[in-house]
Design a protein around this ligand. Structure first.
Ligand code: SME
Length: 160
């Protein structure tokens, strides 16, 4: 197992993702416990990009339940369709939110969160897991984040 992430701080965002994803894949490929893999993935994302909040919600008993994350404490349960995470679950697609105050029903776990990207992962065609990344800056996520975070979720799906 790689015990250290190697990310060139001078890289562009896309280059950082290109360096990070194979390392995450290698990190999680030798472990079959989902909690352990999500914990290391959240940490790797935080280490590479310094995200304000990054973590996972798991679909359990008809709700999203907080999983491994890095950042300030967060709400533990989110109903389907509620907030950005619940909307990404019910719509089964990535949601990019440049300004959380303009997203109807946004759940503010922290008033410092200004923009957000939420990416689902699937098992058997159903959403099983949600990645949520928050920034304390407006408009901090774009199509590059969407592209690579979706690739990351495909990597995680291989471990389910
Ligand atoms: N803002 C999210 C809730 C989760 S926290 O940001 C960690 C939402 O609206 O679903």
């Amino acid at each position: 197992m790689a015990e250290q992430l190697l990310i060139d701080p001078q890289s562009t965002k896309a280059e950082k993702y290109e360096q990070l994803l194979p390392q995450v894949k290698s990190l999680i490929s030798c472990e079959d416990d989902l909690t352990a893999n999500l914990a290391n993935t959240a940490s790797a994302l935080r280490m590479a990009f310094g995200f304000f909040w990054v973590g996972f919600y798991l679909v359990k008993d008809g709700q999203l339940v907080l999983g491994p994350f890095q950042g300030p404490v967060a709400c533990t349960r989110i109903p389907k369709g509620r907030g950005v995470c619940g909307a990404a679950w019910s719509e089964a697609r990535t949601l990019l939110v440049p300004n959380v105050d303009e997203f109807p029903g946004h759940i503010a776990c922290s008033s410092d969160s200004k923009s957000e990207i939420v990416v689902p992962a699937f098992a058997g065609g159903e959403v099983k897991l949600i990645l949520d990344v928050d920034s304390d800056k407006l408009n901090d996520f774009d199509e590059t984040d969407k592209k690579y975070l979706e690739q990351l979720m495909r990597i995680l799906e291989e471990t389910f």
